[in-house]
Design a protein around this ligand. Structure first.
Ligand SMILES: [Zn+2]
Length: 355
């Protein structure tokens, strides 16, 4: 199935799609659409629009298939707690703009979070169901990303990720969500917008400032999967009522990227592509993928030189599929510029994949 997926990638490459309305939508890197229109995302979570194919949707998405510092992750014992609590200021509002971007629903709010002596401006918060991050492999029904951009214009980004757990009585909830979802049914269709009810942030601010937060540097969890984001993830989930959860889930639907490899380990798509290339050249029964954080498990093809052992370098930017079912995956050397820095993310590699 996976090989076929890579072959399908070849078919869609002739019509690359720009990524839009991603997790950083509304920041200076990904500015909000002009005027009243709500921009709807071109990526998704099902089939060829889904995470396995994001790198093929647009050239700028290459990090989705090559980067070794991708989010979300399973938060294990290697991830440290934040050394100090952030200072969060978010003024209460009578109403806030509330948009359905197709891949999430997003509330536009302003605030300031001070982290490590640096001020970050809150731009928006949005929803993921189920949670994207896992803690000791446990997932949660809901995760909210509060997206911040450095106030000094450096382009640095920080995301406070709030995890939510269904309350045992089914009714106890976080009141901010009750106000947010008051008009959620009005934006059930992608591209629509409305306003929330009055929003009071004291409960959430208190939780962020007084309970432990995991901190690590990862990436956008949506295309273009750019690296360099600071994540602060709540260790203790906030309460969520069954009613509110079901209301959110009905509109947001499934929008959680699969858990990425441990930080610094090979990108799972690259590792998988290399493993498949190797399996295609190996005798039957000798092509299984080893568990764990494999980075270079493929063996070079003895002759012909098609496959290499540098599993972390490939992207899924396939170029063509042949009538025999073979596909050539060509990875262009390219520079990836984000958050003010550019670096080469992939050397040219060529793999032969068996259908
Ligand atoms: Zn997000």
């Amino acid at each position: 199935m996976y090989t076929q997926q890579l072959v399908f990638i070849a078919a869609v490459l002739t019509t690359p799609l720009p990524s839009s309305a991603n997790c950083m939508y509304g920041t200076s890197l990904f500015p909000r659409a002009e005027g009243a229109a709500v921009e709807v995302s071109n990526f998704g979570y099902v089939g060829l629009q889904g995470p396995l194919n994001w790198a093929a949707l647009a050239a700028e998405n290459s990090a989705c298939a090559t980067s070794k510092a991708q989010s979300p992750i399973n938060i294990d014992s290697t991830i440290q707690l934040a050394a100090e609590a952030p200072k969060v200021v978010i003024p209460d509002v009578e109403a806030a703009e509330f948009e359905n971007l197709g891949t999430t629903v997003e509330v536009i709010v302003n605030g300031t979070t001070t982290l490590g002596g640096e001020d970050f401006s809150l731009k928006q918060f949005h929803f993921h169901t189920p949670s994207e991050h896992r803690v000791a492999e446990e997932y949660f029904p809901l995760e909210i990303h509060m997206v911040h951009e450095a106030a000094d214009g450096s382009g640095a980004m920080a995301v406070i990720a709030l995890t939510f757990q269904l309350s045992e009585d089914g009714k106890t909830t976080t009141e901010l969500l009750t106000a947010v979802t008051e008009n959620l049914a009005k934006i059930a269709a992608p591209g629509t917008l409305t306003e929330t009810g009055p929003l009071k942030f004291a409960e959430v601010i208190n939780h962020v400032q007084t309970t432990p937060l995991f901190q690590y540097t990862g990436s956008l969890t949506t295309p273009p999967c750019a690296e360099g984001l600071t994540f602060l993830v709540t260790k203790k989930p906030l309460p969520l009522s069954v009613k509110t959860y079901n209301e959110i889930k009905a509109v947001v639907k499934f929008n959680s990227r699969y858990t990425q490899n441990s930080l610094g380990q090979g990108n799972l798509i690259s590792v998988g592509a290399t493993s498949l290339a190797s399996a295609g050249d190996a005798p039957a029964g000798n092509g299984t993928v080893a568990p764990g954080n494999v980075t270079g498990i493929a063996k070079p093809k003895p002759s012909g030189g098609a496959a290499t052992a540098t599993g972390a370098k490939a992207t899924a930017t396939s170029k063509s599929a042949t009538a025999t079912g073979d596909a050539e995956v060509k990875v262009e050397g390219e520079h990836h510029c984000i958050l003010g820095s550019c670096r080469e993310v992939a050397k040219a590699k060529r793999f032969r994949l068996r259908k």
